[in-house]
Design a protein around this ligand. Sequence first.
Ligand code: FAD
Length: 484
Amino acid sequence: MSEPHDYDVIVVGAGGAGLAASISAAQAGARVLLLEAEDEIGGSTQLSAGLLTASATSVQESLGVDDSPLRMFQHYMDLNGWRVRPGPVRMFCEESGSAVEWLLELGVEIPAQVSRSAHEPGLTRAGVEDVWRGHVPKDQGYGLVQVLDKARARLHVDLALGSRVEDLVVRDGAVQGVVIEGEEATAPAVVIASGGLAADADLVRRFLPDAEVAGDALFVVAAPGCRGDHVGIAERHDLALFGQGWGLLLVTAEFQRYHHWQSGFPPASRIHVGLDGRRCMDEDAPYAVSPGILKDHGGWVWSVFDDDARTSLPPGYADWDADRILEEAAKGVVLRADTLEELAALMDVPADHLTASVTRFNALFANGNDEDFLRHESLAAKGVDPHLAPIATGPFHAVRMLPAELVCTHTGLEVDARTRVLGTDGRALPGLYAAGEAAGGILGERYVGGGNSVAHALVLGRVAGREAAARAAASSPRTEEDPA
Ligand SMILES: Cc1cc2nc3c(=O)[nH]c(=O)nc-3n(C[C@H](O)[C@H](O)[C@H](O)COP(=O)(O)OP(=O)(O)OC[C@H]3O[C@@H](n4cnc5c(N)ncnc54)[C@H](O)[C@@H]3O)c2cc1C
């Protein structure tokens, strides 16, 4: 007879994935322990806009949006060049709609109304979706976490804060629990939901070398608890990692240090030019694809705007502020010159290329029709009039735009379509499941905005909790056979 376990299911990390896993496991009748390393729950999920992508939901249906998991799958796979795992991605797409209905039942509010941004509750799009698929909950990520935590408490899931899991307990070829401060807590099923690795600079260097392009300008907005503890677990137990080199780096000005809620927004009348001084992109290209565009131009581009644009910036933001730009110009981070020709010299780009690009930009946006990069469509989707003021009043400014804001990372424990964690030999380690950023195989090179990562956390968390509870039920009294 084996020893009785302390719990049926142990969940590591109380962000979106961990809360979803612990709720779904408890709903299936499991006794659940949720362990959180920090002194508060929420992780990056709590800091997020809470925007989540999902197909065939009641919210879409109420707004007349025709969608299906297969359509979402095709879009997801194509955007990622089919370099993610098709089976797990299919599961993600198929489970996404029922996950949204589940969230609504738990009390999350996603009103059936059109939303123009990730900050307005309702249904939105972030630019790359083939149909409107971005669901924005009321009170964003914070509201989402609050509702989930209430459900956790209602279902009597035990929560232990300040409990950083160090390792797994593996006996007889199966996971039997976790180790915290040298002590064991046992369960026949464990869900790793410990988030990404953005807060550990060494792991970022190893698993997301693209972040190095930003140099000193790199800043991390992910939660401090995202220390990549799943990597050590993988290395100690011969588990496969998937998604190396991938993550979400948002394109920001070199002087930015905050997420755009605090940082503010660049002026609409601005032109992005490459190192050859030529306009090279839609300045409002979706964040899902803009870092990739920069990569094709040597890693970063220049953003050029005039003094009218600077002085028209609304007050109240930390970075995109008229005075702040002068301060950055004094430091040399923003280049500033009376004429475009002088600015081109400071930027080290051909002056005739820059002036020709600005002349064409001014002509296109006088008519509100950007036939070169179709930016008028991106502006219109944001509710911005595409008739932009010309870039014409000196002094002129240029600042480097870099992939510098690290939001989340995609290297996780490789999972199968049931969220079971695979070993380097391709076989599932019995009793181990993963969800959210700690899980690999679904989050790809191209972030499927908006709402790829929150959806991934909640959908996989819900599935992992269900699977873990089923395993626990099958091993009580414990059988040697994996219910797989
Ligand atoms: C500012 C910001 C805005 C964002 N906006 C969006 C958005 O609108 N839509 C979207 O899709 N994505 C967004 N993202 C990304 C998204 O929020 C995250 O990728 C997602 O929420 C991750 O969920 P998770 O549960 O995997 O991790 P987290 O929510 O980070 O939770 C992981 C938890 O595990 C804990 N933990 C870590 N190690 C251990 C350990 N060893 N033992 C115990 N606990 C541990 C951590 O402290 C943390 O609480 C945003 C991210 C940020 C930072």
